[in-house]
Design a protein around this ligand. Sequence first.
Ligand SMILES: Cc1cc2nc3c(=O)[nH]c(=O)nc-3n(C[C@H](O)[C@H](O)[C@H](O)COP(=O)(O)OP(=O)(O)OC[C@H]3O[C@@H](n4cnc5c(N)ncnc54)[C@H](O)[C@@H]3O)c2cc1C
Length: 561
Amino acid sequence: MTQPVAPHSDAPEPGKPLTMFGPDFPFAYDDYVRNPVGLGSIPHEVHGTEVAIVGGGVAGIVAAYELMKMGFRPVVYEADQIGGRMRSAPFEQAPGAIAELGAMRFPPSSTTLWEYFAKVAIETFPFPNPLAAATPSTVVDLKGETYYARTLDELPAVFTQVADAWRQTLEDSADLHAIQTAIRERDVPTLKFLWDKLIRELDDQTFYGFLAASKHFPTFSLREIFGKVGFGTGGWDTDYPSSMLEILRIVLTEADDNHRGVIGGSQQLPLRLWKRTPRRIAHWPDGTSLESLHEGDPRPAVTSIRRTHPRNYTIADSSGEIRTYPAVIVTAQSWMLLNNIHCDDDLFPADLWAAIEQTHYMGSSKVFVLVDRPFWKDKVAGGRDSMSMTLTDRMSRGTYLLGHGDGPAVMCLSYTWEDDSRKIVPLDANERMELMLKSLRAIYPNVDIRSHIIGTPKTISWETERHFMGAFKANLPGHYRYQERLYTHFMQRDLSARHRGIYLAGDDISWTAGWAEGAITTALNAVWGVMNQFDGQTSPANPGPGDLFDDIAPLRLSDDI
Ligand SMILES: Cc1cc2nc3c(=O)[nH]c(=O)nc-3n(C[C@H](O)[C@H](O)[C@H](O)COP(=O)(O)OP(=O)(O)OC[C@H]3O[C@@H](n4cnc5c(N)ncnc54)[C@H](O)[C@@H]3O)c2cc1C
């Protein structure tokens, strides 16, 4: 829920916002992107050099856009559609009504993402999360008991107790206030000192184990309630087996709070960047865009990547075409390199392959329907809304009500992760809808949701999508070392020559998988890597992530401890 992590009384002045700055690699990507001197430049002789980009999600498109601005010729391959997991499916019956099948809510702390939102004039609205200010009312339905509230204090006292227990646990065991202050102040030494200590202490700990070890969660009942109602966006118990570090990265940076949705759908960001003609661009004539360089569409799915003489990568695609490049950025989920894309065994060092193989993805399903109007605003006895944003332990788990105005509106009947997602994997869209309506009928016996539905339901399970195989990475305990290898891959100076020139980027390379901010920042790392490969450089006024790497590198844990 939205309230639990209350601001500390001596919190720093407003104006120093909490951002997704670090904590693992505290580089100010937002400032880097915002700086008018640009991300760097390359020698004239290499202008026009082709760089392959595997994947046209937001990471691939940002990488392609920035490389194009530097004077490279990015060649984007996309197996599915531009946007990847920023996939906004329109309801044909109502222009403007969108089912956000992937990313759907964005925290202000994702400041690099918001730089790109601003570039392409994305408009947003406050996202109706549980108990958020923009949410007229929230219903919590647990073990057959239903509670209606507009604010946390309207719920039974045990929910406030759980919220307080969470905040106190974070203070006692994760230095919440001190780390958030260091993030706000961009105080790198303090942030690294505090966070690196937590890495050593908590890499082996699950989220559930962290709670169970807290004196503030002395009973199973409190841990169970927390699992169902959680913090920020709602229930988190399907994440209980994840590494506690994953949860802390979200909480400490407020990635899970104050969300905004994108009017017209988040896919507009990669689609607009694809068409955008940058104001300042090296080598290419004014009016050049990714779309014009590709004569309309990206190339199709990559089917193989081979290392070829003398220091190239040869890529085959599903049309049968073969092309050779001196540099490649792979932004598709890294498991694609294990199954969908044939790769040389020696494409990466063995320890990087191990990290790719150990990657753990969360499953996630969503079920959407279009309704004739936001009927949930109709009042019932006591002046209550007839329906509310709903958190429940029933099959639907989270129901979100998305209506602007009086016309057709969208209901996300259900948003689930992991085991809750897998429970519905075999079902088709109508069967899923029926199941979710059954859950909601038990909570709202007097509301006839079905009579309002006017569109064919839309659904997805990311774990069964051929080009994704999971919604987003979630590291398990003991995975820190793998993550550190993946993230730092863009620093290639210590690799043998035969392993240089291919860069991993995207959501599952980032420290904050499941958040577009992380995907974008890894794309910027890869752009720096490619620029560096071709003897390019950043301006001293705007050093890049590789320039500052040695000062702020993520902690490297020895394999012998
Ligand atoms: C259910 C869900 C909810 C989310 N919610 C949020 C949220 O609320 N807020 C937020 O900030 N983030 C959210 N995210 C995360 C966000 O969507 C991702 O961080 C971001 O979209 C990832 O971008 P990417 O470019 O790294 O990867 P992707 O978007 O996965 O792009 C990779 C691309 O590679 C393509 N590809 C795969 N194989 C090949 C091949 N062989 N050849 C060529 N192309 C290939 C894929 O089709 C895909 O388009 C959510 C994600 C999911 C799934």
